[in-house]
Design a binder for this molecule. Structure first.
Ligand code: 5GP
Ligand code: MG
Ligand code: MG
Length: 183
């Protein structure tokens, strides 16, 4: 669905579908160059990163394996709990792999800092992060994110995979959710 389909649920469109597409093409070109000849593994963080992974992976000019990890840190609330729980683990042995974590958004950074430590302990050769969105003002821990799509203000956003209570993931753009929806 498009933002115009649900105007009363949104206050502002932050990133459009077109902007996302061209940014992911740009990031894919950089990643293709940086990982030429390397054993790259993409790891998507479910469920929010599904759309990013789908479009980013298809923008790469070579075949690449994908694995998925499901963790929870939010539940149905809009605030990070800081508690990370594995809901679905990886299927892949990380030894010798050049891992690129594909994320929807870096908010407090707590989830990623936990994931980075977890993946490092499994023997990955290298680990980098690609995040479509980042909220610099919300950072509680600094994450060294090599590939960032867009820096956005510290507001709760939905769309392009991002949900509120499992809704709005199929919105094509990234938009700020109107407070009355969760108030
Ligand atoms: P963290 O605070 O640990 O960096 O963010 C953890 C996860 O919370 C993100 O990967 C994302 O799934 C979710 N999250 C953070 N900010 C937002 C937001 O603005 N909207 C939505 N829908 N999810 C968010
Ligand atoms: Mg996420
Ligand atoms: Mg969520």
């Amino acid at each position: 669905m498009r933002a115009a389909d649900i105007p009363e649920d949104l206050t502002e469109i932050l990133v459009t579908e077109e902007e996302i597409r061209s940014k992911l093409d740009e990031l894919a070109a950089r990643v293709a160059e940086d990982y030429a000849g390397k054993d790259l593994l993409l790891i998507g963080v479910l469920k929010g990163a599904v759309m990013v992974m789908a479009d980013f992976a298809r923008a790469l000019p070579f075949s690449v394996p994908m694995d998925w990890m499901a963790v929870s840190s939010y539940g149905a609330s809009t605030k990070s709990s800081g508690v990370v729980q594995i809901r679905k683990d990886l299927d892949t042995d990380l030894h010798g792999k050049h891992v690129l974590i594909v994320e929807d958004v870096i908010d407090s950074g707590l989830t990623l800092s936990w994931l980075l430590e977890n993946f490092a302990s499994r023997g990955a050769e290298s680990i980098e992060v690609l995040a479509l969105l980042r909220k610099p003002e919300a950072a509680k821990v600094e994450i060294d994110c090599k590939y960032v799509g867009f820096d956005i203000p510290p507001e709760f956003v939905v769309g392009y995979g991002l949900d509120y209570s499992e809704r709005y993931r199929n919105l094509r753009d990234v938009a700020v959710l109107a407070p009355h929806v969760y108030a």
